[in-house]
Design a binder for this molecule. Structure first.
Ligand code: DUT
Ligand code: MG
Length: 607
C-alpha cells in the first residue's frame, strides 16, 4: 500500500470548516445557539457582581462611619448582598446547563459524522482502499474526529467566552471612565500580534503531529494484523524497536508542539501583567485628582482579570484551534471523497438475474499508479453457462482481468459487456449482486461458518447452507468441527487451513446463486481429490451460471469450454484443452510439465 495521502491538507472542500460543522449540527442547532447565548450571558453576569461590590464600597465604605451607614441603609445593603448571591447562583446554573448542552451537541455531531464516514468508507472503490492505509483511516474516524468534537465542546465555547468577557469588560470600563479604560486597553492589540505569530509557528506542527499519530497507528495496526509474519521471522524485537521509535517520535513532536506556546508565553504573560500595573499607576493618579471614586477603582481592579485572562487564554485557544484545523482537514477529506466508480446518472436498472454472457471487447488496462499496461487488447466471449478458464504465469494480469467484470476497476481502453451491455451502464448493485466472487486471498468474518456462507444472502435456510457446503466439498470438515456449522471462524475463532478457507469462500460465492461465478485460484490449496469433487459439482449446479475460473492446474482447466492463456496482459492462446494441446504452445508445454511426460507418450500409454 502506498502512502501518497499524507499531507494534502491544502485540498479545498465544498464548505468551510464551520459551515461543515453547522451542517452536521442539524437537529441540534437550536440547542447550540442557546448554549452560545448562555455563554454570553454568564460572562456578562461575571461582570455584574464586581459592579455590585463597587456600589457597596461607594455606598458604605467610603463614609466615615461604616457601621452607622449600614444600619441606616440596611434595606439597600441586604438587597445588594442578596442580588450578588442570587446572581452568582444563577450564573453557576447557566454555566452548568451550557456545558451540558455543548457536550450533548458535540457528541451528537461526533456520532453523526462517524456514521457518515463509515458509510462513505464502505462505499468507496478499490482505488480508495489501495490509497489509504487502514491505520490512517482508523485515525480519522477516532482521534481526528475527537478533535472535531473537542472544537465544538471547548474551542468554540472558549472563543465566545473570551470575546464576550473581554468585550463586556471593555465596554464597562469605557463607560465608567474612558481615559483609564483606554490606557489599559491600548496594550491589548499587542497580544493579538503575538498570538497570530504563534499561530503561524504552531499550525504546521499540528499537521505534523497528526501525521505522526496516524503513522504510529498504522504501525500498530499492521503489526497486530500481520503478527504471524513477525513471529515467523522472529522479528518481534525489531518491530518493538520500530514502534518504539514511532512512539518516541510522536511524543517528541507532541512536546515540541506544546513547547511552542512556552516560547510565546512570557510575552503574553508580561503584557497581561502589565495591565494591573497600569491600572495601579493611572488609577492612583486619577483617584488623587478626584477623577474617579474609590468604588470605581475597586470595580476596575475587580474586573481587570476580565481583560487580562482572555488575553492569556488566546494562546491555548489558538493551539486547540490549530489541532482542530489539522484534524478536520483529514476528516473532511474522507467526508467529501467520492468513489470514481459509481452508477451512471442514467444507469439501467436490472433487478433480476443476468443471462450471463460476457464479452471483453479490446480491453486494455493499467493501474493509475503503475506505469506499465497490465492488460493489452484483450478480447474474448463467454456464452451463458459456459466455463472459461484463465491460465498464465504469475503477474500476467489474471486477477486484474476478472476485476473488470464487477467493475472494481474500469478498463482504460475497450469495453466489458455483460448480456451485451457495457457493465458501466448497469447499476453497480444490480451488477455485483449477480456476480459470485471467490478472491485469491480469502477473508472470512469472525462469525459462524453458517454466517460466513450466508454472508451474501441473509435469508438462506440451514438446508441451503448445507447444500452449498456440499457443492464446495466443505461439508466433511465442517461436520468435524467442534460445533459444526455454528463454529466461529475468522480472527477470534478456530483456525482453518488455507484449503478449508477457500472452500468456505467458494460456498459463500455460490450461495448467492450468481449468474456469473468468478473463482480466482480458489482451489489452489485443496488436494486433487477434493478439487475433482468441486469440479464435478460446479458442472452440476442447479442454477444457470457462467464461470470464469483462474487456475494453475491442468486438472482444473481441462473441462473448460474455453481456455485463455494470458501472457504479459495479452491472450496468447485460446481454445479448448484438446485444441490447445494440438496447437502446441505454452499450454501444451504446461500440460507436459505438470504431468511429467510428453503428451505423445501419454497418448501412447493410453493406447
Ligand atoms: N498490479 C498493480 N497494482 C495492483 C495490482 C496489481 O500494479 O493493485 C500489477 C502487478 C502485476 C500486474 O499488475 O504486474 C498484474 O497483476 P495481477 O494481480 O492481475 O496478476 P495475476 O495474473 O493475478 O498474478 P497471480 O497469479 O500471482 O495472482
Ligand atoms: Mg491473481
Amino acid at each position: 500500500m502506498k502512502n501518497n495521502n499524507s499531507s494534502n491538507s491544502s485540498v479545498s472542500f465544498p464548505k468551510s470548516r464551520f459551515a461543515w460543522l453547522w451542517e452536521n449540527m442539524e437537529g441540534r442547532r437550536g440547542l447550540f445557539t442557546v448554549a452560545l447565548l448562555g455563554t454570553v450571558l454568564y460572562n456578562v453576569l461575571q461582570l455584574v457582581v464586581p459592579y455590585f461590590s463597587g456600589r457597596l464600597v461607594d455606598l458604605f465604605l467610603e463614609l466615615n462611619d461604616t457601621g452607622a451607614s449600614i444600619s441606616e441603609n440596611a434595606h439597600t445593603f441586604y438587597v445588594l448582598i442578596g442580588a450578588m448571591v442570587g446572581l452568582t447562583l444563577f450564573r453557576v446554573l447557566v454555566v452548568y446547563l451550557t456545558c451540558m448542552s455543548y457536550e450533548h451537541v458535540s457528541q451528537y455531531v461526533l456520532f453523526k459524522i462517524r456514521n457518515f464516514l463509515y458509510n462513505k468508507i464502505q462505499r468507496q472503490d478499490m482505488k480508495f482502499y489501495s490509497t489509504y492505509r487502514t491505520g490512517d483511516l482508523m485515525t480519522r474516524v477516532t482521534g481526528d474526529l475527537d478533535a472535531v468534537r473537542h472544537n465544538i465542546a471547548w474551542v468554540i465555547r472558549s472563543i465566545v467566552e473570551s470575546f464576550t468577557l473581554f468585550g463586556a469588560a471593555a465596554v464597562y470600563f469605557l463607560i465608567m471612565d474612558w481615559k483609564l479604560a483606554l490606557s489599559i486597553l491600548v496594550i491589548s492589540p499587542l497580544i493579538f500580534v503575538i498570538v497570530f505569530r504563534f499561530r503561524r509557528t504552531v499550525a504546521p506542527k499540528h499537521a505534523l503531529l497528526r501525521e505522526k499519530l496516524a503513522g504510529m497507528n498504522t504501525y500498530a495496526q499492521e503489526n497486530i494484523s500481520g503478527n504471524r509474519v513477525v513471529k515467523a521471522f522472529a522479528r518481534e524485537d525489531y518491530e518493538i524497536a520500530k514502534f518504539g521509535r514511532a512512539n518516541n517520535d510522536f511524543a517528541e513532536t507532541n512536546i515540541d508542539t506544546h513547547n511552542t506556546w512556552l516560547s510565546f508565553y512570557p510575552y503574553v504573560e508580561s503584557i497581561a501583567n502589565l495591565m494591573p500595573i497600569v491600572l495601579l499607576v493611572v488609577g492612583g493618579v486619577f483617584i488623587i485628582n478626584g477623577q474617579i471614586s474609590m468604588g470605581e477603582y475597586v470595580s476596575f481592579s475587580g474586573l481587570i482579570w476580565a481583560i487580562a485572562n482572555p488575553m492569556r487564554q488566546m494562546g491555548n485557544i489558538m493551539n486547540e484551534f490549530q489541532r482542530f484545523n489539522a484534524a478536520s482537514a483529514k476528516v473532511m477529506e474522507i467526508y467529501y471523497s467520492e468513489p470514481e466508480i459509481v452508477d451512471a446518472p442514467d444507469a439501467i436498472p436490472h433487478p433480476g438475474r443476468f443471462e450471463g454472457s460476457i464479452e471483453f471487447d479490446h480491453v486494455s488496462f493499467r493501474y493509475e499508479d503503475g506505469n506499465l499496461p497490465v492488460l493489452k487488447d484483450v478480447s474474448f466471449k463467454a456464452k451463458p453457462g459456459e466455463t472459461i478458464a484463465i491460465i498464465g504465469e504469475t503477474g500476467c494480469g489474471k486477477t486484474s482481468l476478472i476485476q473488470m467484470i464487477p467493475r472494481f476497476y474500469e478498463p482504460t481502453g475497450g469495453r466489458v459487456l455483460v448480456d451485451g451491455v457495457d457493465v458501466s451502464r448497469y447499476k453497480l448493485e444490480d451488477l455485483r449482486k449477480n456476480i459470485g466472487l471467490a478472491t485469491q486471498d480469502v477473508l472470512l468474518y469472525s462469525d459462524t461458518i453458517e454466517g460466513n456462507i450466508a454472508y451474501g444472502v441473509s435469508h438462506l435456510t440451514a438446508e441451503e447452507v448445507v447444500k452449498f457446503a456440499r457443492y464446495s466439498a466443505a461439508e466433511e470438515f465442517i461436520l468435524k468441527m467442534p460445533e459444526g456449522y455454528d463454529t466461529i471462524v475468522g480472527e477470534r475463532g478456530v483456525g482453518l487451513s488455507g484449503g478449508q478457507k477457500q472452500r468456505i469462500s467458494l460456498a459463500r460465492a455460490l450461495a448467492i446463486e450468481p449468474s456469473i461465478l468468478i473463482l480466482d485460484d480458489t482451489t489452489s490449496a485443496v488436494d486433487m481429490e477434493t478439487e475433482k469433487h468441486i469440479q464435478h459439482s460446479l458442472r452440476g449446479l442447479d442454477f444457470n451460471c457462467t464461470k470464469i475460473i483462474i487456475a494453475q492446474r491442468i486438472s482444473t482447466t481441462k473441462f473448460a469450454d474455453k481456455i485463455l492463456v494470458l501472457k504479459d496482459g495479452r491472450i496468447i492462446e485460446e481454445g479448448s484443452h484438446d485444441e490447445l494441446i494440438a496447437q502446441g504452445g505454452y499450454y501444451k508445454d504446461l500440460v507436459e510439465l505438470q504431468l511429467g511426460e510428453s503428451v505423445e507418450a501419454l497418448k501412447a500409454s493410453a493406447g
